[in-house]
Design a binder for this molecule. Sequence first.
Ligand code: CR6
Length: 836
Amino acid sequence: PRWLPPPETLHLWKEFETPEPAEIKAIQKSFLRHVTKTFARTAFNMDNFGSYQGTAYSLRDRLIDKWNITQQHHTREDPKRVYYLSLEFLLGRSLDSCLLSLGVKDIYKKALDELGFRLEDLIGEEVDAALGNGGLGRLAACYMDSLATLDYPAWGYGIRYNYGIFKQLIVDGYQTEFPDYWLNFGNPWEIERLDVSYEVRFRGYVNKVTEEDGTISYVWEGGEKVVAVAYDVPIPGYGTMNTINIRLWSAKPAREFDFAMFNDGNYEKAVEEQKSAENITSVLYPNDNHMVGKILRLKQQYFFVCATLQDAIRRFKKTNRPWSDFPYQVSIQLNDTHPTLGIPELQRILIDEEGLSWDDAWDIVTKTFSFTNHTVLPEALERWAVPLIQDLLPRHMMIIFDINLFFLQKVEKKFPGDRDRLRRMSIIEEGHPQNVRMAFLAIVGSHTVNGVAALHSNLIKNDIFPDFVEFYEGNKFTNVTNGITPRRWLHQCNPALSDFITQKLGSDSWVKDLEQLKKLKEFADDAAVQKQWMAIKRQNKVRLADYIHSITSIQVSPDSLFDIQVKRIHEYKRQFMNILGVIHRYLRLKKLTPEQRAKEVPRLVVFAGKSAPGYFIAKLVIKLINSVGEVVNNDPEIGDILKVVFIPNYNVSLAEIIIPASDISQHISTAGTEASGTSNMKFVLNGGIILGTVDGANIEIGEEIGEDNIFFFGVKADEVEDIRHLNRYRKIEMDPDLRNVLDAIERGTFGDPKIFEPLVATLTVGGDYYLISKDFASYIEAQADSDEAYKDKVGWAKKSILCTAGMSKFSSDRSINEYAERIWKIKPCTVPATLN
Ligand code: CR6
């Protein structure tokens, strides 16, 4: 039974539920209270970290006030909610973004200033929350920001990994990995909810029960249990009361100890179970766009959806509605196939625990779930071995077989006698062992399936799931082009440009309404604006140059063209082609006279990004970049005309420094391989120009900003298959410039050529799957075009302004509104400033 407050005590609660005023004195008081009471420090025992903690805790109080008001309002209104299920949330730092969202940055700055602290120094003390690999996890974080800002009643659900994505150090040019124990210094941005926990079962057996009336039911029993404990991360909307929640689950043992064993003195065995439970949420799998079929990962996936569904169902049940209302109250979005076990799990709960018929249950399931596909790369599509699922989740395996059976019966009905179609469309892939194709399960169990950019959504329909498009007559498949939050990716990371835009537009309303940016087009030819615009770009380049110097000791000139490629290291993203292009440039420069060289556009080429620890070829690319940098950067003939820098440990905070500083950024994946890309949007929003392929969201960016303001090159997606076919039979000569470059590597220009043999072999004997040779000439040409264009300072400034001005479409606010209206069918639920 729930505890109810004695009415005469309510006024006491009221005082603490009301947010504190944003006044200097109140801020200083709460800061000092936390510093002295929460962290037991004194004026004579303080440092920047201590003041970061005090500031964060003081802000956290404000967040919690807003969060509580939001939750109370939602409970009262009971709107349809969306649950965004993602195994990754790449949030980065929170202090700065919270200060901005709550509109208290200036006043906190003043309050801290008076106490002798500099806010900028405190911001630098925070460690990134890096519970994600790359674009997919960062997209989830941007979407949370937009959901909160647009007043949607939404929840994010994920896993509280003890170790986020590893830290990357470069040792002798090679990537080395170190654990990211990010919780070591505490986490002010989470609220531990020991009152919110659920049991999760693994293994065991399935009992078949025949009732007296002959109906059959199944009970899943035995096995082992672990407990999921909630950790809540409040996400404030920008300039609104709405403060949503990301609920991250942490695994705990169901029983502290086995007491019998403990009393027998078998301590090690007694804590073993405890340890193995906690292992489930220990570590984020560090693979981007690559599936590794480890049992612990499958455990993570089920642990996550099992706890999440129990939580969503508990909330639904509070209102005593019939089950048939569920899909009208609850929308569940699957961020890729990682949470797809939610589909059989909800079906299991409805039939085994709630007693619904299969058909009624399945109707609810398929009206509740929707699924986003984020890749066409075959190695990334999840397939789990049937015996693995059978062992870990025996009841779910039965249900998946049944889902498949009923589905294939429908296919057979629609396309009688087409056995090859049944084989192609089966959720169970035949083989030894059989595999569950998770994407097929996600499609069959969802009402809507979307890709993340126009080209990608077309490829899904035509290339990877055409049978399903035909079966569902196109009705399930749609596109929602990705977006990024303009709060973090312009307003926060580029304060100078943000202020300038606000000044020119006469208002800061663009921060919540990116359509406003279109008005910047008027200023594209304005000489004074161009001058200021480029001066701001230069400031940002100085900031990056200083950072590079502090980390690598390499001195770079802010007057060179900053050419940047930062993203996960992957063959399909072709960092290899970039560095081969750098070598080509270097060889060309070496042939020039000093006078000729002086006329060249000086260029800084920046790389950053992590490789999956087990991805040998990607790691060799990192080594090659560092080896080339070593030679080029120390060549006295070259000087500032060409510099090559690999910045270690790329993460969200580093992106916030790098992105505002680009003149050119490279997004050069083989056409058809990058589903969308999202850093492309961030660079262009900050006035950087893309040099890229006709791939992913590059295409739509080009449409919006105009083809004059983007350097496109390379083959188109629909040509790739034919070229690959020719490559396989070596009917294509290698590009002669590329041949020269490879010769230089093989001559030992960049150190022991033996090291790079396997890498070079991907082009010479490996069939050049990613078409580097085919695209090389047009890549070099696009690079030359960019050099020419950069010489025209006025023309370049104009391009840069038109880039920012054309980016309205790529706000995650636009993406989220599309999901809300077209897929989730949810409406904003505006939270009043105070509760009455
Ligand atoms: N690796 C895509 O590759 C896309 C993001 C977010 C990716 C990338 O092009 O922008 O998702 N896919 O939609 C996966 O993670 C499977 C990514 O980040």
